[in-house]
Design a protein around this ligand. Sequence first.
Ligand code: 5GP
Length: 207
Amino acid sequence: MKTNQTEMFIVSAPSGAGKTSLVRRAIGELKDLTVAVSHTTRAQRPAEVDGEDYHFVSRETFEEMIDSDHFLEYAEVFGNYYGTSMGAVNDALTAGQDVILEIDWQGAAQVRQKFSEVISIFILPPSRATLIERLRGRGQDSDDVIERRTAEAVLEMQQYHHADYLIINDDFDEALMELKSVVTSHRVLKSRQAHLHAGLITSLTHE
Ligand code: 5GP
């Protein structure tokens, strides 16, 4: 699925770490970078757009997709299914775009098992207090949902050690610069550049 010209990045974080905002900005500022739109059975939040934030589907549809092997990975998170379809990733990679999967640790483990070359990035909040404040600040979920999400966030953060890169999102601009730097540094790896610019390199290195 992955080609020599494209990279696949996993970005994981507990809810409230600011992952979605960071990924959005990075995609806006770096060319040829996109995010795979996941499918979920969770209810759509008022500010969300179907087909952009997620493909919102019923449990029945999701289970049919599992049975017909549509997913590169899927997991149950907070009692709802979330999954990345093969189509979402293939479309990006065949269009020559690097792709970010914004997925939880269970999905990340499945992808790492299938593609050892995937690069994983974990985003952490600067403190537990900030995490809780950010979960409350979203204002779209009830108190018990927030409490459950805080407990789930702790479990998610315990998985940080599987990642290749750790970004602490205290100052947003600094965290954004770090995320963009990870992507950019993988784009200039010699193995990729030598493949992409084979003609140039030949013309420069031969008499
Ligand atoms: P939220 O409901 O806040 O949008 O997302 C809840 C959690 O589900 C987050 O940890 C997010 O990373 C994870 N998630 C979102 N999409 C996917 C997906 O396609 N696969 C997996 N495994 N997790 C996902």
